[in-house]
Design a binder for this molecule. Structure first.
Ligand code: S3P
Length: 444
């Protein structure tokens, strides 16, 4: 049983998740009414919006006109209240499944003159928080959490912070961003060095919002206490590369496919997957459509079905540049002839699920040989997969991980049976219109 091919154009991928979170936060800290267009209306981003509303920020949401999946492509109108305008929340803030909400808010709230508490779902309460708490404490923050501050729920007693110099010990843009947001109201200068080259959306957006921000090489710095100053009224969010990635790999592995995805963010800190796929022989064309002075690079991406070669070893600087794409990359590697080795990717163990264990199990459901390594996965790719139960397919546990669920839905283009996922609702975390978009491209 084959499951068709993908054909056509996705005119607008939902807005980038990372950028939507950041745009919401910085708009709230501005002194203006800001319109965020092509924002992502997903569960994760709504958590950040709701948290800001709980702190007295007015946010109006409306659908984007004329878009086929307009329930999920949003406009947020945010009335900023200035750097110090947030009010003490009356209740515990629930960050749901969103690590970005929790870690960025921890930085944002540490220097306030009030108390706040953050919690999340079972997956988020298992994710490491000391990586943000430790450096924030160096700035003077008073934060506590379960197991001696290792896990949420977190309690933050706002304190005046002082800037500091800090080098990231883990490849985490969330940590970098939490510290920069804390630095916005801290006394003096906060200098962060990121030797890993993690996504730089916070840095670009701080610049766009007119913060007293500068960067040089691996280091960037923010001066505390300066109001955000800018002339524009609307910030447009580029399509999310991490969402586009599912269709990119889908078109590569489904015979007869040819798709174009318009307006995708192609910030080089995010597009490591394209570099690896091109090395594997993927037919991918990238046409930049940057607007002048835009704060992020944007492109149209065209992909045709390709017989993929094995990726060889994927490691080092590539890992942070494709950190969210490993579930779907595993599917591409499984469809390519020969062995692919992912290593130096221990961070995958602390994502929405342990993505090393979850994906090795998922690949075995597909009938693909994969071996779990402490910091990666060895995958024996093959053109013909034999699912565990033949035409009956098999059962796959997504562990409530949105990207695992979407990767397994794309894997169906190669399977000889239908794979049953135990939970698909988790897809709403980042891409509520995933199925609608897939259906619009599907040719049987
Ligand atoms: C994100 C950073 C990454 C990424 C996550 C979004 C962000 O997490 O995996 O999906 O928006 O800053 P880490 O900072 O934990 O690497």
């Amino acid at each position: 049983m084959r499951h068709g091919s993908l054909y056509g154009t996705v005119r607008q991928t939902p807005g980038d998740k990372s950028m939507t979170h950041r745009a919401l936060i910085l708009s709230a800290l501005s002194e203006k009414k800001v319109r965020i267009s092509n924002a992502l209306y997903s569960e994760d981003c709504k958590r950040t919006a709701d948290a800001l509303c709980a702190m007295g920020i007015e946010i109006q949401q409306q659908s984007m006109p004329g878009c086929p999946t307009d329930e999920f492509l949003g406009i947020f109108d945010v009335q900023g209240k200035g750097l110090n305008g947030l009010a003490e929340p009356e209740n515990i803030i629930d960050c749901g499944n969103s690590g970005t909400t929790m870690r960025l808010l921890t930085g944002l709230l540490s220097g306030r003159s009030f108390v706040s508490k953050l919690t999340g779902d079972a997956s988020l309460r298992r994710r490491p928080m000391r990586r943000v708490i430790d450096p924030l404490q160096e700035m003077g923050a008073d934060i506590d959490g379960r197991k001696g501050g290792a896990f949420a729920p977190l309690g933050i007693r706002g304190k005046p912070l002082a800037g500091m110099e800090y080098t990231l010990p883990v490849a985490s843009a969330q940590v970098k961003s939490a510290l920069l947001l804390a630095g916005l109201t801290a006394k003096g200068t906060t200098v962060i060095t990121d030797p890993f080259g993690t996504r730089d959306h916070t840095e670009r957006m701080l610049q766009y919002f007119g913060a007293k921000f500068s960067s040089e090489g691996e280091a960037c710095s923010i001066e505390g206490g300066y109001p955000l100053q800018f002339e524009w009224k609307e910030i447009a969010i580029p399509g999310d590369f991490s969402s586009a990635a599912f269709f990119i790999v889908g078109a590569l592995i489904a015979k007869g496919s040819e798709i174009t995805i318009n307006n995708v963010g192609v910030n080089p800190t995010r597009t490591g997957l394209l570099d690896v796929l091109e090395k594997m022989g993927a037919d991918i064309k990238i046409v930049p459509n940057d607007k002048k002075d835009f704060y992020e690079p944007v492109a149209d991406i065209t992909v045709r079905f390709s017989e993929l070669k094995r990726a060889g070893v994927v490691e080092g600087a590539l890992i942070p540049r494709m950190i969210d794409e490993f579930p779907i990359f595993c599917i591409a590697a499984a469809a390519a002839e020969g062995e692919t080795l992912i290593r130096g990717a221990k961070e995958l163990r602390v994502k929405e699920s342990d993505r090393i264990t979850t994906m090795v199990k998922a690949l075995s459901v597909l009938g693909v040989d994969a071996e779990e390594l402490p910091d990666g996965i060895k995958i024996m790719g093959t053109k013909e997969w034999k699912t565990q139960r033949g035409r009956d397919g098999g059962k796959c546990a997504t562990q409530g991980d949105h990207r695992v669920a979407m990767a397994m839905k794309i894997a169906q283009f190669r399977t000889d049976g239908t794979i049953h996922l135990d939970d698909e609702t988790c897809i709403n975390t980042s891409f509520p219109s995933f199925q609608a978009t897939l259906d619009s491209l599907l040719v049987r």
